[in-house]
Design a protein around this ligand. Structure first.
Ligand code: PMP
Length: 360
């Protein structure tokens, strides 16, 4: 720490992203990336846009946000325009904007005790209070716990790191029971088997739905996310965006995003492959004695009744397979494993079998 750092940040504990090791080639199943390359159209359009990098990008992301609104309208059956969406540098950025715009000392941030680890960091970074509501014994969110919660609610659906989803009806219950507070639904993993809450935007003005192009749409490296909500909420978020970085989306990323939306079939097929690989992996893990949460995401959350989760993580890494281990309270016996290609999952299962035999 330098002697110049503001007192405001002296105690800030930054978010620690999953390892991105450069030292050796791992079977990398630790950060929930897609095993599939971006859609061919996304690659071609990004390459074309590289030739225009001498120019600033469109700060309104007009072409992309129009196409996105059209796509979301088709999928949800409700009518959305580009004024209902904000495009951001990964969904992390719109999440941060939502903390800045909609939380305060009177409106603390409220989220589960086990969820995306960036939420408390966004709160701390912005000097905002937050309250954590414990998951139940089966690591599930109980919507009843959020009735009249008295703050801005953040729900990852499916939840990180359990992968368990609430139904749209359960999300609606939370929204209905907090009419004077905003509910932010973070749908980073929604495309792998959960229901999106976007159709609820037609009925409720206290809802902000956030999605990303990093997972199902294979663009983690491009950094592209978005929020969908009422025009007024989007305006508020744009006030924050335009006061920090109006050029938050670079031209190549915008072009890649358009390419993804023009090739939706590719995304859909990849999601089906991930879902099939998840089932395949789950069956084999259950046969090996692992306990699993009911994940509908592109990852599984597993623990072994006899073998320590931290030891499994370490031994897997030593053998070249990278998975994610968290040390917080009830998570310490679990590991989170990204669902990759069939070949990656076969390697993972084989190495895991050896590790379990050794550690048992
Ligand atoms: N929400 C959740 C629940 C996540 O797990 C992640 C990815 N780590 C994000 C949001 C942010 O993803 P990105 O910024 O790549 O869109």
């Amino acid at each position: 720490m330098s002697r110049f750092l503001s007192n405001r940040y002296k105690d800030l504990e930054p978010y620690v992203p999953g390892e991105q090791p450069q030292d050796q080639k791992y079977v990398k199943l630790n950060t929930n990336e897609s095993p599939f390359p971006p859609a061919p159209k996304a690659i071609a359009k990004a390459a074309e846009a590289a030739g225009r990098l001498q120019l600033y990008p469109d700060p309104d992301c007009r072409a992309f946000s129009e196409k996105l609104a059209e796509h979301l309208s088709q999928e949800s059956g409700i009518s959305l325009t580009r004024e209902n969406v904000i495009i951001t540098n990964g969904s992390d950025e719109v999440l941060n904007f939502a903390f800045m715009a909609f939380c305060s000392s009177e409106k603390p941030a409220i989220f589960p005790d086990i969820t995306y680890g960036f939420y408390p960091v966004f709160a701390d970074m912005n000097g905002l209070p937050y309250r954590e509501i414990p998951l139940d014994e089966e690591l599930r969110i109980d919507p009843a716990d959020y009735a009249g919660a008295g703050g801005t609610i953040f729900i990852a659906n499916p939840n990180a790191h359990t992968g368990i989803a609430l139904s749209r009806d359960q999300i609606e219950e939370i929204i209905r029971n907090n009419p004077d507070d905003l509910v932010v639904v973070d749908e980073a993993y929604v495309d792998f088997g959960a229901q999106s809450s976007i159709p609820l935007l037609q009925k409720y003005d206290n809802l902000l739905v956030i999605q990303t192009f990093s997972k199902s749409r294979s663009l983690a490296g491009a950094r592209l996310g978005f929020g969908a909500a009422s025009k007024e909420i989007i305006q508020d978020l744009n006030t924050i965006r335009n006061s920090t970085n109006p050029y938050n989306i670079n031209g190549m990323t915008m072009a890649a995003g358009l390419g993804v939306l023009e090739e939706e079939e590719y995304t859909r097929e990849n999601c089906q492959k991930i879902i099939a690989n998840r089932r395949y992996t789950e069956e084999r893990l259950s046969a090996m004695g692992f306990e699993l949460t009911d994940s509908v995401s592109n990852f599984i959350f597993m623990k072994h009744p006899e073998v320590d989760g931290g030891r499994i993580y370490e031994e897997m890494k030593r053998r070249g397979v990278l998975i994610r281990h968290f040390t917080k309270d009830r998570m310490a016996q679990y590991n989170r494993v990204t669902i990759g290609s069939r070949e990656q999952m076969d390697t993972f299962l084989q190495v895991l079998g050896e590790v379990i035999e050794e550690l048992k």
